[in-house]
Design a protein around this ligand. Structure first.
Ligand code: UD1
Ligand code: CA
Length: 473
């Protein structure tokens, strides 16, 4: 035994090995997304705010490599449960990994709304009570499907057992206090009794929930701590439950963002992923999606039907309706849209304008430069104060390789020009409308790359006259 004064060593084990049969999916359950990231990623984020990532263990099994890859960047540990024989079995396989700890907090990988506060509360209650097992419970209006908590009596925290829905009597099914699927265990107590679990139940699985009765029979202390915030414990076993969780998480995010000073009109239509950051005084119109790791500055306006993913938007940016941004960076006071498509690597400078039906990819557009209409700019470095005329195309691809177009400061590109890369237009130069530019244009020059215009006086009049006299007309 450790001396009581030493801080207890606490691990978190997240059960994430199940297949999620009820979702009818190729994707393992814990990788289904709510609020823009996998269920399991939400649980890991909460866990790592209570203990360091090095003390967090995800128990994986079904499609283990896929699950591991999806969340490996969090720095947590993994335990393989190659055959999934129930939640009790999941902890059996974790025995050696947890041997060095005094207590383990067990979380379900499919209940993403759990907060660090509730996990910490559960742990503190468990330590105060010096219990062998502490379970988290909540009162639900619709408890069907969850395990029910059978208390020793209504007034004490002592627990007799947990009964699963399938084994519950009609009287037990009326109990609204459910087992949330989150527990704290004393590690020595858990593993000295876990072998007593049996598979004598409708699923022929080892139920971790049966540890309540097992430990009781061994005269160990089993208690329950009930949270008032019952939404935190909701799991996702079906697609309908997933969509409900997603709705709740997104509405919570929208309210957080609004509380931080952002205006959202008609928030029920806006989709803002959990990790997005938005600064105050930005206005978001209906039907906007801001996804992934996007960051939006202050005093921006994002008009309807824009979809922004993994992008960085500075202060004072106006995004007109219907823009699509993916891994783009937008400088302060820039104006985009309507209907601009900014693909990965688009770096739009301060106060620059990108207008309707303009597509950009891997470009730098300098301060105050404008590409307002019907243009493709790919693999280009464009300086400041540049005017790109309507219908300009950078021909960046020769069928094998990509090449760069350089357009220096103050250049004027006339409408309907094609710039065949690699090519450079020097500072202050002009390119005449409808030019095909295949070689470099020196500084301050004018380049005209188009056929000479031919005018045939009276040609049209003569053609009409010839048509009238023709009998076959
Ligand atoms: C479980 C509880 C139930 C509780 C509910 C709360 C049991 C027997 N029942 O039921 O009392 O009310 O959670 O949401 O525990 N898993 C593994 N390995 C396995 C089986 C499951 O890692 O062999 C994982 C799953 O991936 C999942 C978690 O454990 O993340 C819970 O399993 P699940 O099958 O969803 O249990 P429930 O039926 O929801
Ligand atoms: Ca579940």
């Amino acid at each position: 035994m450790k001396t009581p004064s030493a801080a207890p060593r606490v691990a978190v084990a997240i059960m994430a090995a199940g297949k999620g049969t009820r979702l009818k999916s190729q994707l393992p359950k814990v990788l289904h997304e709510v609020g823009g990231k996998p269920l399991l990623a939400h649980v890991i984020a909460a866990a790592t705010r209570v203990v360091p990532a090095s003390d967090v263990f995800a128990i994986i099994g079904h499609e283990a490599e896929r699950v591991r890859t999806a969340v490996s960047a969090t720095g947590i540990n993994f335990i393989l449960q190659s055959e999934q024989r129930g939640t009790g079995h999941a902890l059996m396989v974790a025995k050696s990994a947890l041997a060095g700890y005094d207590h383990v907090i067990v979380l379900s990988g499919d209940a993403p709304q759990i907060t660090p506060q509730t996990i910490a509360h559960l742990l503190n209650f468990h330590l105060d009570q010096q219990a062998a097992m502490t379970l988290l419970s909540a009162d639900l209006d619709h408890p069907t499907g969850y395990g029910r908590v059978i208390r020793k009596n209504a007034r004490s925290a002592g627990v007799q057992a947990i009964v699963e829905e399938k084994s519950a009597s009609p009287a037990q099914k009326k109990i609204r206090e459910i087992n949330a699927g989150f527990y704290a265990f004393s590690v020595p107590q858990l593993f000295s009794h876990i072998e007593k679990l049996s598979t004598a139940n409708p699923h022929s699985e080892y139920y971790l929930t049966d540890m309540a009765a097992v430990l009781r029979q061994a005269r160990q202390k089993v208690v329950v701590w009930k949270t008032d915030n019952s939404v935190e414990v909701l799991g996702a076993n079906t697609r309908a439950e997933l969509s409900f969780l997603d709705y709740q998480i997104r509405m919570r995010k929208n309210h957080e963002v609004m509380a931080a000073g952002v205006t959202i009109f008609y928030p029920a239509t806006c989709v803002i992923d959990s990790d997005v950051e938005i600064a105050p005084d930005t206005i978001i119109e209906p039907f906007v999606q801001i996804l992934g790791l996007s960051r939006v500055g202050s005093a921006c306006r994002i008009r309807s039907y824009s979809v922004i993913r993994d992008s960085e938007i500075a202060d004072g940016v106006l995004i007109r309706p219907g823009c699509i941004l993916d891994q783009a960076r937008i400088g302060p006071n820039a104006i985009l849209g309507p209907y601009s498509h900014l693909r990965p690597g688009s770096d739009i400078g301060e106060a620059a304008h990108v207008g309707n039906f303009v597509e950009t990819k891997k470009i730098k557009l300098g301060k105050g430069s404008k590409a307002n209409h019907l243009t493709y700019l790919g693999d280009a470095e464009i300086g400041s104060g540049v005017n790109i005329g309507a219908g300009t195309i950078t021909c960046n691809y020769d069928g094998v390789n990509k090449h760069t177009t350089f357009i220096e400061d103050g250049v004027f590109i006339g409408s309907d020009s094609t710039l065949v890369a690699p090519v450079r237009v020097g500072k202050g130069a002009y390119v005449a409308a409808a030019s095909c530019i295949t070689s470099d244009v020196p500084e301050d020059a004018l380049a005209i790359g188009r056929a000479q215009q031919v005018v045939k006086e009276g040609w049209a009049r003569k053609k009409r006259a010839a048509g009238k006299s023709s009998p076959g007309h």
